[in-house]
Every structure is written in structure tokens, then in C-alpha cells.
Design a protein around this ligand. Structure first.
Ligand SMILES: [Zn+2]
Length: 317
């Protein structure tokens, strides 16, 4: 997969259909105005960033975590055991999918923190690593590892704080985000496609108010750029939160959209946001290379993103 296949520029579409673009802007503006952004003043948990970093280290220690490998099972066991330490339920969802390399077993790990409402927010991250023939021991410290460390730290912080979130929180550790060759309807996003289909079929998604994805957020040179396809309320609320938290210099918007685990839910018209820093090293040069290692990861970056994400969870309407 190259960068162009993950990022999808949308400017050309507006060039072809300027009238539709104007209508789209009007609709987006009306929607954004209809949901007033007054940030919640409720006390909110803060993550233990050192714990988040340790969790990233543990993910890296069991790399590679390629689809259907021993690393996958080890990672599933590791994530499940961290969650069980908090006395939370763990659902291990296994299924076999058809991939460009034949039938492979995939595993999503899900846990839940009950909120004041049974309406829920899905917050997810992929734990699999890209299968790279040129880098057989690919560590995936940032791409796969970092967001899992933050998710586990968020779960721990929220559970231990006893602050009840307004909405129920479903944390999902996705398998199979990485594609074998190119992102298509049958390659890549295996875990998120599977869950979107499953929860759409059984009606679970009717109560889903938002899908928030974290990916590649541990870089020392943190520069989160929210893709253009993100829900406008979630985007503007996140940016407002970062202003309040004094971290707005690390967040901005991207002119292009991106394919990631939010995509299958976005297609079902659920509000989504992908919190991703897709500039990993100058010109993204560390991405999917042997340079994606722990020395590129910053405790501070994990802390900034984790605390912004927790406050966003408290502000989903
Ligand atoms: Zn990747």
C-alpha cells in the first residue's frame, strides 16, 4: 500500500460538481450549528501516560502481529489480560475471512464501560501490523502499537476514576486493518468491516452515536491532522478541547480524506473521526519501515492524545 491509496484527495470532486459542493457546505454548516459546542464541565479522568508507554512496549515485544500469526494470538491474550485486571468483560470475536492470501482467522477484542445512557460511542484502534516482506520483524511501535497503549490507558483511567461517562463506551481492538496489497472491498479493514456488518445486521449500531479511531499517535513530532471526511461536530469539538487543554498546536485538519477503521462505519452514515498523525518522520518516511520503533515514541504524545480523546468521549452528543 502506498500513501496515495490510504489518503484520498477530494478536491477534484468539488471541481466537477460545484453546485453540489455549495449545497454540501450549507448542509454541513446547518448541521454544525444545530449541535451547540458547549464543552462538558464534568470531572474527567486523565490517563497514566507511563502506563500507556509500557503497553506500547509490550505490543512491540510481541511483534510482528500480522494477520493470522502467533503474534496476533499473543496480542489478543495480552490485551484481554490487561482489561480483565480491571474486572471488565472481554469479548474475543473470532471469524475466518477470505483474503488475497486465502482463508485467515481474524480476532477483534472488545470491552465495554457502562455509561449513564445505553447509547454508545465506539472507540477503536488496530493492533495488527503490516506484513512487510522486506521487514519480517516489523515492530509497528507507532503504526499499531501506540494507539493500543493509549486505548488501554484510557480504559484503565476511566475505570479507576469511577467517573461514569455520559454514554456507554465500547472499546474495540481491531485486527486486520492493514491490507495485503490495496484497500478494496475484500482487502484491508477486515476487523472494522466485520464489526460494522455484524452490528448493522443485529441492530447494535442503532445506538451508536459516534465512532472514534486512534491510529499512529505516538510520534515524538506529534502532528494530528483530522481527515476531511470526519464528522464536523466531532472535528470542531476535538479542536476546541485541545484549545482548552493547551495542546492545539498538535492538532489540525487535513484537506484529504483517509481510509482507516472508521471507513466501514462512515459508509453506514455514523458520525466518525480518525485521530491520526500521518506524517511519521519527514515525508512520512518511517511509515511501514524498520524505523517504526520505540525510540520514535513519546510519552507526552500518548498523554496529549489520550486526554483529548477522553474529553471527546464525554462530549459526544
Ligand atoms: Zn499501517
Amino acid at each position: 500500500m502506498n500513501k496515495a491509496t490510504k489518503f484520498q484527495k477530494k478536491h477534484s470532486e468539488y471541481g466537477i460538481y460545484p453546485i453540489f459542493a455549495i449545497f454540501a457546505i450549507l448542509i454541513v454548516s446547518i448541521t454544525a450549528c444545530s449541535k451547540k459546542r458547549t464543552l462538558s464541565t464534568a470531572p474527567m479522568p486523565q490517563i497514566d501516560a507511563k502506563y500507556a508507554y509500557q503497553m506500547v512496549e509490550k505490543c512491540v515485544a510481541i511483534a510482528p502481529r500480522g494477520n493470522g500469526t502467533e503474534g496476533t494470538q499473543k496480542c489478543v491474550d495480552f490485551i484481554s489480560s490487561e482489561i480483565r485486571k480491571l474486572s471488565l468483560p472481554v469479548t474475543v470475536d473470532k471469524w475466518t475471512d477470505i483474503t488475497p492470501e486465502g482463508h485467515i482467522e481474524f480476532v477483534n477484542v472488545i470491552t465495554e464501560i457502562i455509561g449513564e445512557s445505553s447509547d454508545f460511542v465506539l472507540i477503536g484502534s488496530h493492533y495488527d501490523t503490516k506484513k512487510l516482506i522486506s521487514v519480517p520483524d516489523f515492530a509497528g511501535a507507532n503504526d499499531g502499537g501506540s494507539s493500543n497503549g493509549v486505548l488501554l490507558a484510557m480504559i484503565k483511567a476511566i475505570t479507576e476514576s469511577k467517573e461514569r461517562p455520559p454514554l456507554t463506551l465500547k472499546f474495540v481492538f481491531f485486527d486486520g486493518e492493514e491490507c495485503f496489497f490495496n484497500y478494496t472491498e475484500t482487502d484491508g479493514l477486515f476487523g472494522s468491516r466485520h464489526l460494522a456488518e455484524k452490528w448493522s445486521a443485529d441492530g447494535t449500531l442503532k445506538k451508536c452515536k459516534a465512532v472514534i479511531i486512534l491510529d499512529m499517535i505516538g510520534d515524538k513530532d506529534l502532528n494530528v491532522t483530522i481527515p476531511s471526511g470526519a464528522d464536523s461536530y466531532l472535528t470542531e469539538t476535538l479542536l476546541e478541547i485541545t484549545k482548552k487543554q493547551g495542546t492545539s498546536q498538535f492538532f489540525g485538519k487535513h484537506s484529504g480524506d483517509i481510509i482507516d477503521d472508521h471507513t466501514p462505519f462512515q459508509k453506514l452514515e455514523i458520525p466518525t473521526i480518525d485521530i491520526i498523525d500521518f506524517e511519521f518522520g519527514k515525508a512520512n518516511r518511517y511509515w511501514h519501515t524498520s524505523a517504526d520503533t520505540m525510540d520514535k515514541i513519546s510519552i507526552k504524545s500518548l498523554e496529549i492524545v489520550g486526554n483529548a480523546a477522553i474529553e471527546l468521549l464525554w462530549n459526544v452528543r
